[in-house]
Design a protein around this ligand. Structure first.
Ligand code: FAD
Length: 370
C-alpha cells in the first residue's frame, strides 16, 4: 500500500549527523522526520570509538571542528539533563607514543601546529615521564606527545540521547528506505520511500557511507565510499588506563563501561561490515606494542562499521547543487562523531536562516561538478 504524508524537513539517515540535525532544528522550532532504513545509531554512529579532539592546524574542516567542539561540550551537560541518558562525555588526556627516532621526529614536528590548538596543553614527554603517566607502557617507548584538553563520548548513547531529545521537541523517526526525491522545476517536493512518499520542501541527505546513492537522485556526483574500521572491547587486568594511548593511528582507552576499547583498521571492503579475525589480530598486535602486559586481556566484543569518506578526504557539507531545498551532510570520515554536531549546525542554519556563520569553503558538495 502506498502511503503519503508531509513534513517540514525530511532527514535521510539516523546517524550522528541526521539526529544532531533533527535536534538542532527542533531547538529552533522546526520539526523534522528522520527516515532510517535500519535503526538509529545502528551503523558507525553507534559503534565508533568516540574520541574527540579540539580543532587544530589549518584546513577546510577546522571551523566545523571548532563549532563541533563547543556543541559537544554543551551536549555533555544538556543531553543528560534533557533525557536522563548519560552520554559519557568526558575530558581525557591522550599520549601518542614513539618507539623509533623517526616516529619521535614526526610527533615532534606535529607539536608546532598542535600548540595552536584552542585550550589544551600539548607537550613532548620523555620516556621517564611516559612511564610516570602510564606505568604499563612498553619500556621500549622513547617518548611521546601528551595532550590535555581532548575528550571522548560513548557514540551510541550520544546518538540515542540526541534522537530522544529531538523527539521530545517534535521530531519523529520513521523506519524506511528512501529511494529517491521528487523534484519539480528544480525544487524538492517530496521524498520517495519504498511504499510511500513524504511531501516536503526541504531534505537533508545524511546517509553516511551510502550517500553516493543520492548522486542519481540529484543528478550530480556524490563521491562518498565506505571505509571499514574495527574495534575490540577487552576485559583487561589491572587499573583503568590513566589516559588514552595512541600509536601509529591506533588507540586504546578504558571507557566508563570498564572495558578497554582499542582499534582500529582502515579497510576497503565495500559494504561488508562483518568483524574479521585478521583485524582482531592486527589490533591486538598494535595494542601489545603499546602495552605488552595486556597479552591476557579477554575479548568481550569485536565490532566493525563503515566510515563515510569522500574522494578528496573532505566533508560534503552544504546545499546540493542544482536542487533547491536539498542539503548534503556527509563524509566525516575518521572524525564523524567529532564533526557531526558542527555539520548539523551548518545545515540547521542554512535551513532556518539561509546562511551560516561557520566557514564552509572547501566543503561545498558542488566542488565535484565540473
Ligand atoms: C572503527 C571506527 C571508529 C571510529 N572512531 C571515531 C572516533 O573516535 N571519533 C570520531 O569522531 N569518529 C569516529 N569514527 C567515524 C564515525 O563513526 C563516522 O564518521 C560517523 O559515525 C558517520 O556518521 P553519519 O551520520 O554520517 O553516518 P552513519 O552513522 O553511517 O549514519 C547514516 C545512516 O543513514 C542510513 N541510511 C543510508 N541510506 C539510507 C536510505 N536510503 N534510506 C534511509 N536511511 C538510510 C543508514 O542506515 C545509517 O544509519 C569511527 C568510525 C569507525 C568505523
Amino acid at each position: 500500500m502506498v502511503s503519503s504524508t508531509s513534513a517540514d524537513v525530511v532527514i535521510v539517515g539516523g546517524g550522528i549527523v541526521g539526529v544532531s540535525t533533527a535536534y538542532l532544528l527542533a531547538k529552533e522550532g522546526v520539526s523534522s522526520v528522520i527516515v532510517e532504513k535500519d535503526s538509529v545509531g545502528s551503523h558507525a554512529s553507534g559503534f565508533a570509538y568516540g574520541g574527540l579532539s579540539r580543532p587544530r592546524g589549518t584546513g577546510p574542516n577546522v571551523p566545523v571542528l571548532a563549532e563541533s567542539w563547543r556543541l559537544h561540550e554543551r551536549f555533555g551537560t544538556e543531553l543528560p539533563e534533557e533525557t536522563g541518558v548519560n552520554t559519557e562525555f568526558r575530558l581525557r588526556p591522550s599520549l601518542s607514543l614513539a618507539f623509533a627516532d623517526e616516529e619521535a621526529a614526526q610527533l615532534r614536528a606535529s607539536l608546532d601546529w598542535r600548540r595552536h590548538e584552542e585550550g589544551p596543553s600539548v607537550r613532548w614527554v620523555d620516556a621517564k615521564e611516559v612511564f610516570e603517566i602510564e606505568p604499563r607502557v612498553n619500556p621500549e617507548a622513547i617518548g611521546g606527545v601528551y595532550v590535555e584538553g581532548g575528550g571522548d563520548v560513548e557514540p551510541y548513547r550520544l546518538t540515542l540521547a540526541l534522537v530522544q531529545a529531538a523527539e521530545r521537541e517534535g521530531a519523529t523517526v520513521r523506519h524506511g528506505t528512501v529511494t529517491g526525491l521528487r523534484v519539480v522545476g528544480g525544487r524538492v517536493r517530496g521524498v520517495a520511500l519504498e511504499g510511500g512518499e513524504i511531501a516536503c520542501e526541504t531534505v537533508v541527505l545524511a546517509m553516511g557511507p551510502w550517500s553516493a546513492q543520492a548522486a542519481e537522485w540529484l543528478g550530480v556526483p556524490v563521491p562518498v565510499r565506505p571505509l571499514k574500521g574495527q574495534i575490540l572491547r577487552l576485559q583487561a587486568p589491572g587499573d583503568p588506563f590513566r589516559c588514552s594511548l595512541g600509536y601509529a593511528g591506533d588507540y586504546a582507552t578504558t571507557k566508563p563501561d570498564g572495558l578497554l576499547w582499542t582499534g582500529t583498521t582502515e579497510e576497503e571492503a565495500g559494504f561488508d561490515d562483518r568483524p574479521t579475525a585478521a583485524a582482531r589480530d592486527k589490533i591486538m598486535a598494535s595494542l601489545l606494542k603499546m602495552v605488552p602486559s595486556l597479552e591476557d586481556a579477554r575479548l568481550a566484543q569485536q565490532t566493525a562499521c563503515l566510515r563515510p569518506v569522500s574522494s578528496d578526504g573532505q566533508m560534503l557539507l552544504g546545499r546540493a547543487p542544482g536542487t533547491e531545498g536539498a542539503f548534503v551532510a556527509t563524509a566525516g570520515g575518521r572524525q564523524g562523531i567529532m564533526l557531526g554536531p558542527g555539520m548539523a549546525k551548518v545545515v540547521m542554519e542554512l535551513i532556518t536562516r539561509g546562511s551560516t556563520d561557520v566557514e564552509i569553503e572547501g566543503l561545498d558538495p558542488a566542488r565535484f561538478c565540473s
